[in-house]
Design a protein around this ligand. Sequence first.
Ligand code: DAH
Length: 344
Amino acid sequence: MIERIKQLQAEVEAMYAANADELEALRIKYLSKKGEVTELFNEFRNVPAEQKRELGQQLNALRTLATDRINTMREQFEAAKEAADKPDLTRTPDPVALGSRHPLSLVKEEIIDIFSRIGFTVEEGPEVEDDRHVFGMLNFAPEHPARDMQDTFFVEKEEGVQKPTDILLRTHTSSVQTRVMTTQKPPIRVLCPGRVYRNEAISARAHCFFHQIEGLYIDRNVSFADLRQALLYFAKEMFGADTQIRLRPSYFPFTEPSAEMDISCNICGGTGCGFCKQTGWVEILGCGMVDPNVLEACGIDSKQYSGYAFGMGVERITNLKYRVKDLRLFSENDVRFLRQFESC
Ligand code: DAH
């Protein structure tokens, strides 16, 4: 019997349970009514009287050891279960992965914010438009090349029928001007952000869709000086107080006179660098005084009212702000690119 006690003692010392069920199996194996330790107590009755004292002590010690080991393990399992059920409020929280805002959205919102401080509100219009709102009412001549299928996406009337209709994807946000002028009465002071489409081969410098923001201000006695002042304010807010602007004469069918605006190169500060092709200036938008023909086509009396308009590409401004050279990056959804704007 002494051998058996020693063997069981070694087993009990090495006893291991991975979970509460395994522990219960061990308890049954050693301590239940038919368990191996209990069996030894039954055999103890037949032990000669002179050995009873020593064996009895050893048997009791074995039972205590087995009971203690099992109770300790049970307590550990119970404590672990309780901890798993209860949230640990002292634990450092798992970092929640935050998304980042798209650079085009950041820039769009900054532009809106700047103009909203001088009274502009936001208006949006449809991306699928008709010829009248995109071209006709904006004084485009009937044979203007912008109406060509090479430049503009026309919407097919029936599937597979390649005949151009007068429904198209807008090629500029100037179309929202005509929507606003036909539905609102002056004074009008709106900013129209949106996506536009052109039939271009996709490359680093061109894409078949991009984003513009249009500005329109119609009231009595609006002058070119008002336009210049609003744009100077915008350039300084967007690119820094030292920014200079210059307006170069240009042509758009819907404005007269028309101009293109350059800002002093925000990389070299105007001294000339590779980015501004050594000129010190970079072009950022088109603008002008709304052509009286456009006002009349939209039902606004051009003798009483005048106004200015401007339009800029959001990708262009984003490129100037964040040096994103390849336009395709904006629509590829590569998180390695997008994550760089997390802190903006
Ligand atoms: N619609 C022009 C374009 O897509 C941009 C533009 C130029 C808008 C002059 C205007 C403007 O409102 O006055 O290139």
